[in-house]
Design a binder for this molecule. Structure first.
Ligand code: GLC
Ligand code: CA
Length: 525
């Protein structure tokens, strides 16, 4: 692998949920103009790329994850010229652009689907997965939708069922049809030509389903979806040649990147999708789902790294648009000390860090109190067992003005009530804020190649309180020490005289760490 700085391996990727980042035309929904207006903020934070959750036209049943046109921008976010401006302005600041491609399914309003369901003789009929009912009228097999109910929806006009893994408004396309495959590969080319640097592939390991549509075998679980072994509707072998073809397209452009969201897969299986002729990276969820314990994080990190082959590089995240924010899960009330440790861990363990917008200021999820407030359909469906994903999608908190400076209009989701204390402007002016702490860690990471692509060597196995490891690159190394506990703890440094990258202090032998303290040391030369 290349030794010099490689943006998607050594840099930091920042995920933006465009509806909630910044609203430039005051309609209550974030947009591209809003993102452009915050590029200076992102540059100053020190990130190298932004991943935008989908910005294609969408009826918003699943807020952008139901696309009705792959080659355009949804007017609520702006026009193509705004996107072109975003690319230009981002490039000027050294920020790469990663688009979210949702190619497993389209919206049921996509012209392809409308045509597909117009008649069985339509040239696009086979672009989706249609099957006759069983003789008794039942769906073709036992497959379930992860968003609830059977995965088959009956269309009375055609007298056939179509398949959808998510909502019924998100029909899965038929990737086995060569025209579909060609049309989808053209989507990559279209955006690459515009200057996009990379893609995040939504649930890519669902593209292919078992050709014979065999029933999944039963297993014990709570929801109907979990009561099956997903061997026929997930992770089919046809994905590997397709990834190779995608990679060939990507490699026709300089330093591009594809990261895949893997659905229902362990570390070993996820790793099979990553490498020189496959994806550059894939998301593995265990690290983010850990409870607060240093051994848990250490083991997930080691497991993920060990599963990957030589030509692959790990990545890590603690939050995204589908899960509760890390500060919500790990912190008590408004105390940010665990958020600091979490941020330091994310930025210093081996792997490309992904920061979800707002986590750099420790945003907390908005509470979802009533079913009637829920916008995310899975929250409505599974209420009150699961309240949906609105909590982590609330507007970015920029300052203490009304609506947190996100918009002059009522935002599409409420702003967190803590915004007058917790916002970017306030944290910029407080030298001890989480934001300034994160910035400092990022600048240290940028200055130390060992923290970017160095090896990862744990200093304590099965730690109870202190996560300590070394990042080593040739003759250079950095020691990272994170106190996960609310008490003081001693830590024995390896032999040598060290200097702290955090506070400049020198240290040898045993050091004492304050509650939730983060230390980074280099050997003195
Ligand atoms: C992915 C997305 C999620 C979306 C689903 C269906 O898991 O991250 O937000 O609802 O795919 O597209
Ligand atoms: Ca707007």
């Amino acid at each position: 692998m290349k030794k010099e700085f490689l943006w998607w391996r050594d840099g930091i990727i920042y995920q933006i949920y465009p509806r909630s980042f910044a609203d430039s035309n005051n309609d209550g929904i974030g947009d591209l103009g809003g993102i452009i207006s915050k590029l200076d903020y992102l540059q100053e934070l020190g990130i190298d790329a932004i991943w935008l959750s989908p910005i294609n036209p969408s009826p918003d049943v699943d807020f952008g994850y139901d696309v009705s046109d792959y080659n355009d921008i949804d007017p609520k976010f702006g026009a193509m010229k705004d996107f072109e401006k975003l690319i230009r302005e981002a490039k000027k600041r050294g920020i790469h652009i990663i688009l979210d491609l949702v190619l497993n399914h389209t919206s049921d309003q996509h012209p392809w689907f409308l045509e597909s369901k117009s008649s069985i003789d339509s040239p696009k009929h086979d672009w989706y997965i249609w099957r006759d009912p069983k003789p008794n009228g039942d769906p073709p097999n036992n497959w379930q939708a992860v968003f609830g109910g059977p995965a088959w929806e009956f269309d009375p006009e055609l007298g056939k069922y179509y398949y959808h893994m998510f909502y019924k408004e998100q029909p899965d396309v038929n990737w086995r049809n060569p025209q579909v495959r060609a049309a989808m590969l053209d989507v990559f080319r279209f955006w690459l030509k515009k200057g996009v640097d990379g893609f995040r592939l939504d649930v890519f390991n669902l593209y292919f389903k078992d050709e014979a549509l065999r029933d999944n075998p039963p297993k014990v679980g709570i929801r109907a979806f979990d009561q099956q072994e997903h061997i026929y509707d997930v992770s089919q072998p046809e994905m590997y040649p397709l990834l190779k073809e995608i990679r060939e397209i990507m490699d026709g452009y300089k330093e591009t990147y594809v990261v895949g969201e893997t659905f229902l897969a362990d570390a070993e299986h996820t790793a099979t999708y990553v490498g020189n002729d496959k994806l550059h990276a894939a998301f593995y969820f265990e690290f983010a789902n850990n409870r607060w314990h240093p051994t848990r994080f250490l083991n997930s990190s080691l497991k993920w790294d060990a599963a990957l082959s030589e030509d692959a590089w790990p990545n890590n995240f603690l939050g995204n648009h589908d899960m509760a924010r890390p500060a919500t899960r790990y912190c008590f009330g408004e105390d940010d000390r665990r958020a600091r440790v979490a941020a330091a861990m994310l930025l210093m363990v081996k792997g490309t860090p992904y920061i979800y917008y707002g986590d750099e200021i420790g945003m907390r999820d908005i509470p979802i109190r009533k079913k009637s407030d829920v916008l995310d359909p899975i929250g409505k469906r599974f209420w009150p067992i699961f309240k949906g994903r609105d909590g982590c999608r609330s507007p970015m908190q920029w300052d203490d003005s009304p609506n947190a400076g996100f918009s002059l209009a009522d935002p599409w989701l409420p702003v967190h009530r803590n915004y007058q204390q917790r916002n970017v402007a306030q944290q910029q002016s407080d030298p001890d804020s989480l934001l300034n702490f994160v910035k400092k860690l990022i600048s240290i990471r940028r200055a130390e190649p060992a923290l970017q692509h160095g090896d990862f060597i744990p200093l304590v196995e099965e730690p109870r309180f202190i996560l300590a490891f070394k990042r080593v690159l040739e003759y250079d190394s950095v020691i990272v020490i994170l106190n996960f506990s609310n008490r003081n703890h001693d830590f024995q440094l390896p032999e040598g005289a060290y200097q702290s990258l955090m506070d400049g202090s020198s240290a040898t032998g045993t050091i004492n760490l304050k509650p939730y303290q983060v230390q980074l040391f280099k050997l003195m030369s």
